[in-house]
Design a protein around this ligand. Structure first.
Ligand code: DC
Length: 226
């Protein structure tokens, strides 16, 4: 299999990360969760009591920010580290989901994270998911996908994920969070979420997880055969 870049963008909670992870595993590619980087940044700003909307705080915050990914040998899952500390579970909580979109509107923060994402994908053979991967991070990606799903389905899936981690949240609360993040992500000035013209749309509302993965693997085969 040729080493290509697969860019997966789309709305919050439509299964991008889990799908991207499985596709990467099947292809022997590296998976990079760009959303985790924005989440870790949001956590860092909260921990340090810094406002992403104040220029001097942003400068200070970025200076003290180091994000990395490490494979957990027991679970074979990639986990997110903030300044050397494993924050994988903490960044998935509602507390961070409620703050992350604001952090992601800030241009200097995006520039710093995009530079790191481009560096991580330099050698190709990567699947990266986010909101601006096909438009800004890897505009030359060989395969660009745009994933969608109706908001009810997305809220149910997210509630299930949170429950599995021991966090209870109502469907209404999750739905409101997803809708408000979609709204901020789609309407911000800096790198808004959009479907680029060369992206292939996949609506996952009525697809099973393995169907989603298979659809993408088929597309990868087509791209790499050409
Ligand atoms: O994929 P996620 O839900 O974990 O992403 C968290 C937030 O980060 C999301 O609300 C928007 C932002 N984000 C972004 O602006 N650009 C990316 N490439 C990835 C995520």
């Amino acid at each position: 299999m040729n080493k290509i870049v697969i860019a997966i963008d789309g709305y919050s909670g439509c299964g991008k990360s889990s799908t991207a992870k499985e596709v990467a595993k099947k292809l022997g590619f590296t998976y990079i969760d760009s959303g985790a980087m924005y989440r870790a940044t949001a956590l860092h700003f909260l921990n340090e009591n810094l406002s992403p909307l104040r220029a001097e705080d942003v400068e200070k915050g970025l200076k003290g920010l180091q994000i990395s990914f490490q494979l957990n040998p027991t679970t074979s899952q990639q986990e997110t580290y903030l300044n050397g500390v494993n924050v994988e579970n903490e960044i998935r909580t509602m507390r961070i989901s409620e703050r992350v979109s604001e952090v992601a509107t800030v241009k200097v923060i995006r520039t710093a994270l995009v530079a790191q994402q481009q560096q991580l994908g330099q050698k190709k053979g990567v699947v990266m998911d986010g909101r601006d991967i096909g438009s800004v991070v890897f505009p030359q990606a060989e395969l660009k996908l745009f994933m969608t799903a109706d908001v009810e389905t997305r809220a149910q899936r997210r509630q299930f994920e949170l429950l599995a981690k021991g966090e209870q949240a109502s469907l209404e609360e999750i739905k409101l969070n997803l809708e408000s993040r979609d709204e901020v992500d789609s309407n911000r000035t800096e790198s808004p979420l959009l479907k680029v013209s060369d992206a292939i749309e996949i609506d996952t509302s009525s697809l099973t997880f393995s169907e989603q993965v298979e659809q993408i693997i088929d597309l990868v085969k087509k791209v790499t055969l050409n």
